[in-house]
Design a protein around this ligand. Sequence first.
Ligand SMILES: Cc1cc2nc3c(=O)[nH]c(=O)nc-3n(C[C@H](O)[C@H](O)[C@H](O)COP(=O)(O)OP(=O)(O)OC[C@H]3O[C@@H](n4cnc5c(N)ncnc54)[C@H](O)[C@@H]3O)c2cc1C
Ligand SMILES: *[C@@H]1O[C@H](CO)[C@@H](O)[C@H](O)[C@H]1NC(C)=O
Ligand SMILES: *[C@@H]1O[C@H](CO)[C@@H](O)[C@H](O)[C@H]1NC(C)=O
Ligand SMILES: *[C@@H]1O[C@H](CO)[C@@H](O)[C@H](O)[C@H]1NC(C)=O
Ligand SMILES: *[C@@H]1O[C@H](CO)[C@@H](O)[C@H](O)[C@H]1NC(C)=O
Ligand SMILES: *[C@@H]1O[C@H](CO)[C@@H](O)[C@H](O)[C@H]1NC(C)=O
Ligand SMILES: *[C@@H]1O[C@H](CO)[C@@H](O)[C@H](O)[C@H]1NC(C)=O
Ligand SMILES: *[C@@H]1O[C@H](CO)[C@@H](O)[C@H](O)[C@H]1NC(C)=O
Ligand SMILES: *[C@@H]1O[C@H](CO)[C@@H](O)[C@H](O)[C@H]1NC(C)=O
Ligand SMILES: *[C@@H]1O[C@H](CO)[C@@H](O)[C@H](O)[C@H]1NC(C)=O
Ligand SMILES: *[C@@H]1O[C@H](CO)[C@@H](O)[C@H](O)[C@H]1NC(C)=O
Ligand SMILES: *[C@@H]1O[C@H](CO)[C@@H](O)[C@H](O)[C@H]1NC(C)=O
Length: 570
Amino acid sequence: MAKTFALVAAAASLIHSVTAQCTTAPNQTYDYIVIGSGAGGIPVADRLSEAGHSVLLLEKGPPSSGRWNGTMKPAWLEGTNLTRFDVPGLFNQIWRDSNGVACEDTGVMAGCVLGGGVAVNSALWWKPPTRDWDVNFPEGWKSADMKSSVDKVFQRIPGTDTPSQDGIRYNQEGFERISEGLDAAGFKQVKPNEQSEEKNMTYGHSTFFIENAERQGPLRTYLETAAARSQFSLWTNTMARRVVRTGGRATGVELQCRNGAGFNGTVNVTPGTGRVIVSAGTMGSAKVLFRSGIGPTDMLNVVKKSPIDNETMISEDQWINLPVGYNLNDHVGTDIQVAHPDIRFYDFYKAYNTPIQTDVDAYLANRTGMLTTVAPNLGPIIWTEVTPSDGRTRSIQWQARVEGRTNTSMTITQYLGTGSISRGRLDITPQLNTRVVTVPYLRNATDKEAVIMGIEHMRGVLNGVANLTWVTPTAEQNTTTFVNSIPAALASRNSNHWVGSCTIGPANDGTAVVDLDTKVYGMDNLFVVDASIFPGITTGNPSAAIVSVAEKAAARILALKGTESEDGDV
Ligand SMILES: Cc1cc2nc3c(=O)[nH]c(=O)nc-3n(C[C@H](O)[C@H](O)[C@H](O)COP(=O)(O)OP(=O)(O)OC[C@H]3O[C@@H](n4cnc5c(N)ncnc54)[C@H](O)[C@@H]3O)c2cc1C
Ligand SMILES: *[C@@H]1O[C@H](CO)[C@@H](O)[C@H](O)[C@H]1NC(C)=O
Ligand SMILES: *[C@@H]1O[C@H](CO)[C@@H](O)[C@H](O)[C@H]1NC(C)=O
Ligand SMILES: *[C@@H]1O[C@H](CO)[C@@H](O)[C@H](O)[C@H]1NC(C)=O
Ligand SMILES: *[C@@H]1O[C@H](CO)[C@@H](O)[C@H](O)[C@H]1NC(C)=O
Ligand SMILES: *[C@@H]1O[C@H](CO)[C@@H](O)[C@H](O)[C@H]1NC(C)=O
Ligand SMILES: *[C@@H]1O[C@H](CO)[C@@H](O)[C@H](O)[C@H]1NC(C)=O
Ligand SMILES: *[C@@H]1O[C@H](CO)[C@@H](O)[C@H](O)[C@H]1NC(C)=O
Ligand SMILES: *[C@@H]1O[C@H](CO)[C@@H](O)[C@H](O)[C@H]1NC(C)=O
Ligand SMILES: *[C@@H]1O[C@H](CO)[C@@H](O)[C@H](O)[C@H]1NC(C)=O
Ligand SMILES: *[C@@H]1O[C@H](CO)[C@@H](O)[C@H](O)[C@H]1NC(C)=O
Ligand SMILES: *[C@@H]1O[C@H](CO)[C@@H](O)[C@H](O)[C@H]1NC(C)=O
């Protein structure tokens, strides 16, 4: 049964992607409907379909990578199977032109294309240290519980620190000069994903989910194995408006076409046993839940009074009061900037429309050269740990890039990670856009103390580099004054690593939205699997941790007995 219907759906999907028209969803049911194809959604959809279930993956955005018939590309990629999402040297283009790529309904940057964040990000790929699980996650999700999931992820996506196919790392002057200072200060150079526990006084080359000098990651591995199965279907340009539910039982998903394509109408889960997984990202999953009548009453009232949903919203007696939107977090980013006469800026922005021809030729012919480098030439990546006056150790990751005020500058972003305690909140506007209403950055004094300690330390380290000059802070500036001079605001501190909003926790006690099986409290068959369930932020850029969480969640969901007894079915 599932097989026949999946073929119908796949054909419909193909037709819509070719003719670009809005189509009413076929009358077909699925064992699982997964909402959102990001770092969480793709792996969970793959594992559920691997277990033999029929799975429909919904993505509101258009295809991204050329592998999935994406079309967004500069002229010099015409006639190739590549798009802007595939070529590492073009990843930075998101900051120049995010039209039709970035979500329009989130107050912060997020990818709204097939692959979500893992289609638009810098492809940095870090094996999470055990501390990330042990400090942040509840029972059942500690490092010992996560080990097999993390191992599975790194078997499929090992990552590389040498994307260019000739094994050469290009324009390494910045890496080398900074490393001199690190070496002199006693830092140890590591292979970050082979020595993933060594997160204090260490550094290494950037490690990316790139292969063949093209973006790989979940879009290549997990989505390819899923797409090869007849019981798997993918509908792009199709937005989940809300989960259709009767009390605690989700029966389907109401759809909306997007970009003049995709599906509308309602698609249902298999009666009695079907399940819905929300994987729409930290900002997107909260929105889907709000529109489905799940969240704090103040947020649900905004939806109820909105011009878009108003009387079509599920009635108030069905609302489920959960802390959706709270516990929001992100790495607090604090930029320092140095300059050195050896450093050379490569203009990755110009590479989009007016690239250097020899670099284009090397990339297209051999997958070598500067365009195999993720823009804007990232590295070194450095790890330190500091323990401020509350005795709680904070992990810090430093991410250097060759970009700044002059063409010999480097910006080094300090990310405050695991151990940070400040949290914020997101809300929804009457236009149904989610936005950060309480910025999580540095709300607690000891987090700021950690930031200052870290920068004070790094200034001393980099002062050991001959001929290095300070851009910000200036050589004379007091570190506390410097940190205080940067507002704890989105514009100056945002790291695009949003987590929280649908937090996982062992009890329905007002602090958690999903239980230890990632099931929404008060629901029988609705789950959330993505960055939004993270109780705290990771040490490094989070995508590998999110894929690991998706692996774990899929295993737990598959092991979870159905709760269809409520309907009288078995
Ligand atoms: C510019 C940028 C650079 C980054 N760099 C890195 C990096 O180098 N390394 C790293 O590890 N992390 C990086 N990150 C963070 C990382 O990409 C995210 O943390 C991760 O992708 C989040 O995964 P997710 O599954 O929670 O959500 P997402 O990956 O955001 O996926 C959510 C998906 O759901 C879709 N969606 C939303 N609402 C709906 C709906 N109603 N119906 C249907 N579909 C919907 C969205 O279009 C999107 O495709 C970066 C992020 C950004 C934005
Ligand atoms: C959808 O399919 C079900 C089961 O096959 C059938 O009972 C129902 O009438 C169909 N609905 C529509 C609108 O075709
Ligand atoms: C493009 O084609 C090459 C050669 O067949 C292949 O190795 C590569 O994976 C393809 N890339 C994409 C993004 O489709
Ligand atoms: C991409 O387009 C080709 C040619 O039209 C088609 O055969 C293929 O099924 C499409 N793939 C996807 C994922 O839509
Ligand atoms: C879906 O879109 C089609 C084509 O625009 C339209 O005819 C149909 O009424 C829509 N269905 C729903 C349920 O909105
Ligand atoms: C309620 O929603 C309908 C349909 O979406 C819309 O036409 C109408 O203007 C809305 N009403 C209010 C009061 O916002
Ligand atoms: C930096 O830019 C200046 C002026 O644009 C140029 O003269 C100089 O050669 C550049 N230096 C490097 C190292 O690229
Ligand atoms: C590609 O590699 C081959 C073999 O090393 C070399 O001969 C050729 O010049 C390279 N092409 C380009 C455009 O760099
Ligand atoms: C990290 O290393 C520094 C320098 O050796 C040391 O002072 C500090 O105690 C270490 N932090 C932790 C948490 O081990
Ligand atoms: C952090 O600050 C918030 C807001 O002031 C406060 O409610 C919370 O208790 C603090 N957390 C800790 C761990 O001190
Ligand atoms: C520092 O700069 C001076 C003057 O340009 C130069 O002579 C010297 O070699 C440089 N030292 C290093 C270690 O780069
Ligand atoms: C900076 O100035 C403050 C007083 O404003 C002082 O307490 C502190 O010790 C100075 N140094 C650093 C590293 O912040």
